[in-house]
Design a protein. Structure first.
Length: 368
């Protein structure tokens, strides 16, 4: 087992509450073992595009630099979802953009700078990159991060609890205004291909209908729910819809198509659902898009603890000689699972989920 003298950490993909807590815990744990620690700016862009950073694309991380950041949202290192080194977008002389594999530049940088290991914090895309770097010889441990909670092989990811709590608070507020005006209120939340946020926030916030990517919906059933509530004197309805939900005979609402180095951007489903429900019921309907508000703000206490457990476990794993693994929350402890079992996989809401059954037992319409 080779000794570690210097290690790096990077954060990639969409930001999530708890990233700074991971960074802080990794740095403190590494320094307490006598290792130097550096942070790579904006995923791997700090290595691949160093000229963009006046203070350097890779920075020394000291106790002073990370002191007091655990409660802050965002990531002090920055992040990006457009810098995949395996398919790095590079503009060609003719103006076109071509995907280029620049992973060898990262491996060369680590060797040249004497960096022995990497903690890569991110979602499915970042962990797929981490696994590829591991297969090419880099000593890597991954830390799962996504507010969507759609990473496989872990019970939950940090950021999810904070996002659900905020969405629930918004639903609590919308009940009163929806009831005052006898309206249908449609709340669009993040969740591209998995509906964990919509399902959990919808149940917690007392929504009357929840539309998920896992269950293609028929708005006729939601309209029937609205009319049933009206007949009982409950003249308002709250609908939560994940951004990736789609009708039985239709497509997801896409704002921008996929391009080199970037996945498709979803959005607009909330407005569509509100307009259709207004047409079907004759009632006023309004749409509220929570969007990036779900990513911001201070992490909840649960997410802070989960982030710190993940960060310290990643450093412990490196100290034990582990590589090519992801830290994972498996009650009651954090464990390690192979990155190969995580890369390219997504955890959707299972059809036999008891949480789905809870919604049905509470007479929440799922658009079925």
């Amino acid at each position: 087992m080779s000794l570690i003298r210097r290690m790096a950490i990077c954060t990639g993909g969409g930001d999530a509450p708890g990233l700074n807590a991971v960074i802080s815990s990794v740095v403190w744990s590494a320094l307490n073992r006598g290792w130097d620690c550096v942070g790579i700016r904006d995923g791997f862009n700090g290595i691949l595009e160093p000229g963009r950073y006046p203070e350097g694309g890779v920075i020394a991380l000291t106790r002073e630099r990370v002191r007091g950041i655990s409660h802050l949202g965002g990531t002090m290192l920055g992040s990006t979802n457009k810098g995949n080194p395996l398919e790095y977008p590079q503009r060609q002389p003719d103006g076109s953009v071509r995907a280029t594999d620049r992973s060898q530049e990262i491996l060369d940088y680590f060797q040249r700078e004497g960096i022995d290991a990497l903690v890569s914090v991110g979602g499915d895309g970042s962990l797929t990159i981490a696994n590829a770097l591991h297969e090419r010889g880099l000593r890597v441990i991954g830390v799962p991060k996504t507010i969507d909670n759609d990473l496989d092989k872990t019970f939950t990811t940090f950021g999810f609890d904070t996002a659900v709590s905020f969405a629930t608070e918004c639903l609590d507020r919308l009940h009163s205004t929806a009831e005052s005006h006898q309206r249908i209120m449609v709340v669009e939340v993040m969740g591209r291909y998995a509906g964990w946020i919509a399902l959990h926030a919808g149940i917690a916030g007392g929504a009357h209908a929840i539309l998920l990517p896992e269950i293609p919906y028929d708005l006729a059933s939601v309209a029937a729910k609205v009319r049933a509530r009206d007949s009982r004197g409950r003249s308002y309805t709250l609908v939560v819809v994940a951004e990736g939900a789609q009708p039985r005979a239709g497509q997801r609402a896409v704002q921008a198509a996929a391009e080199v180095g970037r996945a498709e951007r979803l959005g607009g489903i909330g407005e569509h659902v509100a307009a259709e429900l207004a047409r079907l019921t004759g009632k006023e309907a309004r749409a509220v898009v929570l969007g990036h508000l779900l990513r911001g703000g201070s992490p909840s206490s649960f997410d802070r603890i989960a982030a710190k457990r993940f960060g310290t476990a990643a450093v412990r794993g490196l100290a034990q000689g582990l590589r090519g693994v992801m830290v994972s929350l498996a009650h009651p402890n954090v464990v390690y699972v192979p990155l190969a079992e995580v890369a390219g996989r997504m955890k959707a809401v299972p059809a036999d989920s008891d949480t789905l059954q809870t919604a049905r037992d509470l007479e929440i319409c799922l658009g079925e």
